[in-house]
Design a protein around this ligand. Sequence first.
Ligand SMILES: Nc1nc2c(ncn2[C@@H]2O[C@H](COP(=O)(O)OP(=O)(O)O)[C@@H](O)[C@H]2O)c(=O)[nH]1
Ligand SMILES: [Mg+2]
Length: 444
Amino acid sequence: MFEELSNRFDSIFKKLKGRGKLSADNISEAMRDVKRALLEADVNYKVVKNFTAQVKEKALGKEVLQSVTPGQQFIKIVHEELTALMGKDAQEFRFHTNRSNTIVFAGLQGSGKTTACAKIALYFRKKGHRPLLVAADTYRPAAIDQLITLGKSLNIPVHFDREKKPQQICKDALSLAKREDHSLVIVDTAGRLHIDDDMMQELKEVCSITKPDEVFFVADAMTGQDAVSTATEFYNLINFTGVVLTKMDGDARGGAALSIRQVTGAPVNFIGVGEKPDALELFHPERMASRILGMGDIVTLVEKAQEFVDIEKSKKLEKKIRKNAFSLQDFLDQLRQIKKMGSLQELISMIPGVGSQMKDVEVDPNSLKKIEAIICSMTMKEREKPQIIDGSRKRRISRGSGTQVQDINRLLKQFDQMSTMMKRMNKIAGKRGHAAAMRNILPF
Ligand SMILES: Nc1nc2c(ncn2[C@@H]2O[C@H](COP(=O)(O)OP(=O)(O)O)[C@@H](O)[C@H]2O)c(=O)[nH]1
Ligand SMILES: [Mg+2]
């Protein structure tokens, strides 16, 4: 996610790190680089202008000037400002418990509305809700079929009617929801390739009939600034309450995620990170800022893991991490879990300190198998205490796993880096917990 932007920030910070202190000169130089990096990531120019002004003002503050760790101070300021830019706190949907809730999805054709409807339905079903999907995109029969198929695969009911207009379909859906006690009604609407009056009129009518608790604007993150200007037009017409940014798993440059909140005032609530219905994440501005700045995102990683790993196991693991007793065996267990979770590269990039080192390593299932084979060829003692693995043990392991000694060296080095990061995190975490520690972990 936002790899290019991350790389740019990385080199800006590295450059600053070489300096003794923050000075007006090196701040100006860094700010020029930051500005260029953001513009190249397709961030709205007004947003960039405000952002750089804010960071510069803070960085020029007296306190910072006296600091001996300019890189660290600077990255902290950038992190805070990036977080503020994207909206500070994660925003989930606020449910009314005494009645059914409605979300209307709007956006251009192909932005990912239908997929997002299914994702949100699944997301809230997992939290104990009873969603009803409503197919109010009646222009293309295929659109209705798409929602029906998604609903079937998730075992979530879909209300549709091939004879009626969207307005009537929505009315029917609301009474159905009442009758069948659905706590959440999710309305998929039609999009066009471009904004047009008919679409907007219909959307307005759908909104006035359903009186939605939330209107989510669905935007394709890959379209950068285009997404932001479309968002503005939609916002002026329908005042949406939140944004779902889709296709964040692609090579989106960051422009949409970093600008949409500032430009429209509406928060990004969720991000889509894949085509499958479970590829949805709550948008955490602070974690996103950490990811962009290459600081990893262990909280999301742990949450993701918890969905797949049994809680007992992950509690044990957390304990081990806290006690600095994370072993190669745990690493192996983790890898096996991670394998179940989809995009490996994405997950690895969330591990603090590991992300940037492993970003150029092609993580294909074969290299995973290799790691698995290597660890499996180790004795339990070696897995717990990799320090004892000397030359002759390495040769034995390499024969056993059908790999080269270099492969073993590489794995041990990566593992060592990871343990160092975890130790560092523990040190900072102390009693304040890991979430607090994350805010302070800086790559230098
Ligand atoms: N990679 C990726 N593809 C997505 C995501 N969300 C939607 N898509 C794909 O984008 C295309 C359009 O999605 P669809 O939901 O039909 O868009 P709609 O026209 O707005 O309803 C489909 O091929 C989806 O699989 C996402 O988060 N990541
Ligand atoms: Mg659709």
